[in-house]
Design a binder for this molecule. Structure first.
Ligand code: TPP
Ligand code: SF4
Length: 277
């Protein structure tokens, strides 16, 4: 498979210049390199502009409820060990409404690759501040500036038990593809948080904002959780790359071999599909 083979032919309705385009390209590139066949791939999305990803990548797709990607993805992964499960959602979806599911999935080290399109706002509902927006930053819902401290997804993920924790940037789709590839090849919970400019409602968080601040992670021991946690709290610059990768931690499936043995009951659903289509 080549990257272009994952196109569905559906034209995206994202605003021109939206950071989601680069994430889309990086996903297709990573899938091609990992050699994931579409019939062995399940894409799960939350509600939001980010959630539209399932329309544009050739695979099985489930557009879940807002904040509820993790239970759906976990179910798919546990019921069918042959499937690679890739989850896409917004920062509002995953770090706002879905934050409980996010933390517990990492605690369990469920074998999922989770890409969060972190634009610091609720894009689809036109620009309210999300939990990652910074104190003082104005938005539609906070005209006088955000007052709550921002949530740090990288620090939370390292602490909660995710075994692959990375941050990418839509302005560097090459590095982002590598980080996604690493997540797909990782056995366990992989978080790839992505700085994704929302060019329409994202306020100051545009490409220039990130270009002035991002630095590639170098000379860092990714197996050292304490060092990764410290790096995630860097204030003056915004490190992008792989923060943490734990080796040898069993995934949820491996800890519960009875689930793999039970497997999903394989049924012929042709008649059902014909009735629905
Ligand atoms: C249970 C529920 N609450 C609220 C909404 C309304 N809603 C739709 S999209 C959205 C926000 C999306 O923001 P985010 O998850 O950050 O994704 P983005 O659009 O920025 O990619 C909200 C609140 C909903 N669909 N369902
Ligand atoms: S509203 Fe923002 S996140 Fe949504 S498509 Fe437009 S630029 Fe992208």
């Amino acid at each position: 498979m080549k990257a272009l083979d994952y196109n569905t032919g559906q034209k995206p309705v994202w605003c021109p210049g939206c950071g989601n385009f680069a994430i889309w390209n990086s996903i297709k590139k990573a899938l091609a390199e990992a050699g994931v066949e579409p019939h062995r791939l399940a894409l799960v999305s939350g509600i939001g502009c980010s959630g539209k990803m399932i329309n544009h990548v050739r695979a099985y797709g489930f557009h879940g409820l807002h904040g509820r990607t993790m239970p759906v993805a976990t179910g798919i992964r546990l019921a069918n060990p042959d499937m690679k499960v890739l989850v896409n959602g917004g920062d509002g979806d995953g770090y706002g409404m879905g934050v409980g599911h996010f933390v517990h999935s990492m605690r369990r080290n469920v074998d999922l690759t989770y890409i969060v399109h972190n634009n610091k706002v609720y894009g689809l509902t036109t620009g309210q501040a999300s939990p990652t927006n910074d104190v003082g930053s104005p938005s539609k819902s906070t005209p006088f500036g955000v007052v709550d401290e921002p949530l740090n997804p990288i620090a939370i993920a390292i602490d909660a038990g995710a075994t692959y924790v990375a941050r990418g940037f839509s302005g560097d789709s090459e590095q982002l593809a590598e980080l996604i590839l690493g997540g797909l090849n990782h056995n366990g919970f992989a978080l790839i948080d992505v700085f994704q400019p929302c060019v329409t409602f994202g306020g100051k968080y545009q490409y220039e904002y990130y270009q002035e601040r991002v630095v590639k992670i170098e000379n860092h021991d990714v197996t050292d959780a304490d060092a990764a946690l410290k790096l995630s709290k860097t204030k003056d610059k915004l490190p992008i790359g792989l923060f943490y990768k734990a080796e040898g931690h069993p995934s949820y499936n491996e800890m519960h071999p009875e689930i793999e043995k039970a497997q999903v009951r394989k049924r012929d659903v042709t008649a059902l599909l014909e009735e629905l289509v």
